[in-house]
Design a protein around this ligand. Structure first.
Ligand code: SF4
Length: 337
């Protein structure tokens, strides 16, 4: 396997909650623990998918990596350098290398900007390309890379003159224009018509292979994760509960939550492709402000043991690179043979 380009260690993001008068008088503090001890390596040239229900902390993890949020604790290293807390100049250099594709391309574009203005903006911010002609050449090449062909036909279009899929391609071109090394793609196809999702993912994957990029792909959709990613990390209430090669996680799922997510993906039915059935677990995901003790999944788990209410399971190795945190794999007090 390649070297890790990004290393995340025990990352936390706790958001303080409003206090009642009684809590303020008692100096009590309460937090929503959105990210609560996340560790993983992102290897150069791979696609790692973060999968889970909304509210599991996957988008917050992406924002922490993008430095759009300051972590409460833990560390982030990019190519071995600690980037957990960066000052302005270093932050700008980091952001040239680590870029984000947002969920809603329409919301992330100025409606008065033409496609070429949208894509040119990062070049101007980072002072790349001295002349207009130089920048236009680069914009054309990037439009070609994301398969908006011929590029001149799209350069002068405003966002409302583009389809959802074309807008996402423009947003991707904007991300690629600075030649980043890592891309955090947050639900990049969730706002797009079902019929064009596969096409966009295919383009993203082709671009990744052609340019040797590394992706962190954030999604609630396990079926696209399997198609798109080399590895999958399943998140639940601020923690990774299972991680491994995409085939291992899907075909040999070890954690009851992963198994439930897999069971919830419908058989393909015309007009309902990729839709989720109701999860075969109890209730809804609890609030990050009230994380249950012990295994945080225990109130919803159909296999919970008494110990699950008290002791948080550790992540253990199932096979090479495949890990999960569940007492069913190794009850507390028992060592591996
Ligand atoms: Fe379920 Fe217990 Fe495993 Fe948690 S540790 S997933 S509650 S069996």
């Amino acid at each position: 396997m390649n070297q890790p380009i990004l290393q995340v260690e025990n990352l936390h993001k706790w958001f303080p909650l409003r206090r009642t008068l009684r809590q303020a008088l008692a100096h009590e503090r309460r937090y929503a623990r959105a990210v609560d001890g996340v560790s993983f390596d992102l290897f150069e040239g791979e696609i790692l998918a973060f999968v889970g229900e909304s509210g599991c902390g996957k988008t917050t993890t992406g924002k922490l990596i993008m430095k759009l949020l300051e972590p409460t604790g833990g560390a982030i290293r990019y190519q071995g350098e600690d980037v957990t807390h960066l000052r302005r100049e270093r932050l700008q250099a980091y952001r040239r290398n680590v870029q984000m594709i947002f969920q809603d391309p329409y919301a992330s574009m100025n409606p008065r900007f033409r496609a070429k203005d949208v894509i040119e903006e990062p070049l101007l911010i980072h002072r790349v390309g001295e002349t207009r002609q130089e920048r236009d050449t680069r914009i054309r090449q990037t439009l070609e890379a994301v398969r908006l062909l011929p590029p001149d036909e799209f350069m002068d279009r405003f966002p409302h003159m583009l389809s959802g899929g074309q807008r996402q391609r423009v947003a991707t071109a904007r991300t690629l224009i600075l030649s980043p090394r890592v891309i955090v793609a947050d639900e990049p196809v969730s706002m797009i018509d079902l019929s064009t999702r596969a096409e966009i993912l295919h383009t993203l994957k082709t671009v990744q292979q052609e340019l040797g990029l590394t992706y962190l792909y954030i999604t609630h959709d396990l079926s696209t994760a399997r198609y798109f990613a080399d590895r999958i990390a399943v998140m639940y209430l601020g923690k990774i509960v299972e991680i491994g090669a995409a085939d291992d996680v899907i075909d040999r799922a070890a954690h009851p939550y992963t198994k439930a997510l897999i069971a919830a993906v419908c058989e393909p039915v015309a007009g309902r492709e990729n839709q989720m059935k109701e999860l075969p677990i109890r209730g809804d995901i609890p609030s990050a402000a009230a994380i249950p003790p012990g295994c945080r999944f225990h109130p919803r788990c159909l296999f919970a043991l008494p110990v699950c209410q008290e002791i948080e399971p550790e992540s253990i190795n199932i096979s090479e690179g495949h890990q999960a945190a569940c007492h069913l794999l190794r009850p507390p007090g028992k060592t591996m043979q």
